[in-house]
Ligand binder design. Structure first.
Ligand SMILES: [Zn+2]
Length: 484
């Protein structure tokens, strides 16, 4: 089976054939570093990290580039408010964003170029566009001549006339045509700037991604990713600049992820519902966030609501409990036979997982397959026949497969007892449960059991249930969890 990818450019699911056999080159737009990262940035980074991991799982050597926009109007404005140099403010935000991504368990991209480190490449691309007749200079600004590129609008599926009447275009006296967009902006007094053939200035936003992607991955590369909200104008303009400025074809597959909503609404300043990564991991468990994202297809929008997370907690607790149960038998049955007991149907999780992810990185389906395998382990453990000693080897094999597949999604990679304890702490906080009260009730119940006062023990169990606490009696004493 081959991997298939939905390509925004062709609006089709296509068979994925990388330009160089065995290797994948991938670019995803990074953050504009004027403020701390919100959960939408986190989700985008998580998705391309998982796509990279999956491609590696399928045997590809992957080079993944994610840029930092450290030169931009918003950065300049914020730095001026704070009274620090713009690049210094941007660097502070870059460092914070790397810490935040680590909090979410996201591995950094292989190459993380900053715009300010790559100005000569950006100027070079603009010069090429001018030379080829696709750009012009006016009073220190340089603009891309949109009507000179016939293919403009293909990615976002719109035509230039629509754009003219659209409200999103920036009006400027310096442009020959309102639909043209800036490649280079003349410096205003006091702004961070670099010398160029058109005087001191700084690059526009779109040109940097074209220049950085091509510098690190070549004029043509495999995958370009980003949020759906970047298709127009950002990615449309990237295509125009790259295709017109070089002889390469730029990105072969355009992949776009969905966006985050908070309690059903788009995150926006006017709704005052921006959720930073730090707020999100404080409020929800990082692995629950990951689960809540990956149980959807990457192209879907994800709603961050209390309700969405209870399901994630409940599934993770169920998964980790299953792993803990099997791990607890680690030293048991040293002489267990390695053969699969007759009549026991064993799931082929690795194949099912691969088939799911091959289909346009469908993690929703992959997570369902993991859940099925976990259910199988529970059912087989609970069944009387065959005896545990006969089937333990097969169960362990399935659990190894579960861990292997989950690790591609960076799920279930914590020791079960550590993960369960940390999920419990989140739930205690979220539900406002009094930890000491729970411990006291459990101690009282243990005492009642020791006194063989079964009626009192049952009454205390009921009281705990009312608080949302589930009790499990085990040889190591009473275990408890919070009902998600
Ligand atoms: Zn970009």
């Amino acid at each position: 089976m081959a991997i298939s990818v939905y390509n925004t450019m062709t609006r089709n699911k296509e068979v994925f054939v990388p330009l160089v056999e065995g290797c994948v080159s991938m670019y995803a737009c990074g953050v504009t570093t004027y403020d701390v990262c919100h959960i939408g940035h986190g989700m985008q980074a998580l998705i391309y990290d998982v796509i990279r991991e999956y491609l590696k799982f399928r045997g590809y050597q992957v080079t993944y580039v994610r840029n930092y926009t450290d030169v931009d109007d918003k950065i300049i404005a914020r730095a001026a408010e704070l009274g620090v140099p713009a690049l210094e403010h941007a660097q502070t935000m870059i460092d914070l964003s790397e810490q935040d991504m680590a909090l979410m368990g996201i591995e950094p991209a292989d190459i993380r170029p900053k715009v300010s480190d790559n100005i000569p490449e950006i100027i070079g691309l603009i010069e090429s566009l001018i030379k080829r007749g696709f750009a012009y200079e006016t009073e220190g600004d340089v603009y891309f001549k949109v009507r000179a590129f016939e293919g403009y609008g293909q990615l976002s599926n719109r035509n230039v006339e629509e754009l003219r009447s659209g409200s999103r275009i920036e009006i400027s006296e310096r442009k020959q045509d309102p639909v043209d967009f800036a490649l280079w902006k003349q410096a205003k007094p006091g702004e961070v700037s670099w010398p160029s053939p058109w005087g001191d200035g700084r690059p526009g936003w779109h040109i940097e991604c074209s220049a950085l992607a091509m510098k690190f991955l070549g004029e043509q590369f495999d995958i370009h990713g980003g949020g759906k909200d970047l298709i127009f104008p950002h990615h449309e303009n990237e295509v125009a600049q790259s295709v017109c400025g070089t002889d390469g074809g730029f990105a072969k597959y355009w992949v776009h992820n969905g966006l985050v909503t908070v309690d059903g609404r788009k995150m926006s300043k006017s709704f005052n519902n921006f959720m930073s990564i730090q707020d999100a991991v404080e409020k929800y468990h990082p692995e629950a966030i990951r689960y809540a994202i990956l149980r959807n297809h990457y192209g879907a929008n994800i709603d961050f609501s209390e309700q969405a997370f209870y399901d994630a907690y409940s599934r993770l607790i169920y998964f980790y409990n299953t792993l803990a149960k099997v791990d607890a038998l680690a030293d048991s049955f040293p002489d267990a036979p390695e053969s699969v007991p007759a009549g026991l149907a064993v799931p082929d999780l690795v194949s099912a997982f691969t088939e799911a992810m091959d289909d346009d990185f469908n993690s929703a389906c992959a997570v369902r397959e993991l859940g099925q395998a976990i259910k199988w382990v529970n059912d087989v453990m609970a069944s009387k026949k065959p005896k545990l000693a006969q089937k333990i080897h097969t169960i362990r094999q399935v659990v190894r497969d579960i861990r292997r597949c989950a690790s591609v999604l960076r799920l279930l990679d914590t020791a079960p007892n550590v993960a369960l304890e940390s999920l419990k702490q989140y739930l205690i906080r979220r539900r406002g449960i009094d930890h000491d009260q729970v411990l006291q009730l459990i101690a009282d119940r243990d005492q009642a059991r020791a006194n063989k006062d079964w009626a009192e023990a049952d009454r205390l169990r009921e009281e705990l249930t009312t608080l949302g606490i589930v009790i499990m009696d085990s040889p190591e004493g009473t275990q408890w969890q919070v009902q998600p």
